[in-house]
Write a protein of this length. Sequence first.
Length: 127
Amino acid sequence: MTGVVEIDVQHQQLVETFNRLNDAVKNRQSREEIYRIIDEAIELTRFHFETEERLMAQSGYSGIEWHKDRHKELIIDAQNLHKKLDYVGEEMFTEWFNHWPFADVLAHIRYADQQVEDHIVQSKAMH
Ligand SMILES: [Fe+2]
Ligand SMILES: [Fe+2]
């Protein structure tokens, strides 16, 4: 896959954080610990989106507005889920947690981000 190192490294960090979060839920870690990792994942996602949006702007990517809207939606979904988890009892926690929009972020990385990376690689090749 791909070719933009800064983006690829951050994607890898995101995947690792999501895996850590999934493990924490599976191993029934305390809520405090799970929330700590959720907030870390949200912060990392936010930081990554900023990086990607900067690189999109620099390379003149034409789909930037659409892509920024997707980023906004993913952040809002993640924040909403964190809020909802606060009201969920222990029996339902894992079930609710599975609504966490990780799958959406991972799908976003696979498809939408791949187009951005292809564009950046091509625009570099032309200079
Ligand atoms: Fe990304
Ligand atoms: Fe993206």
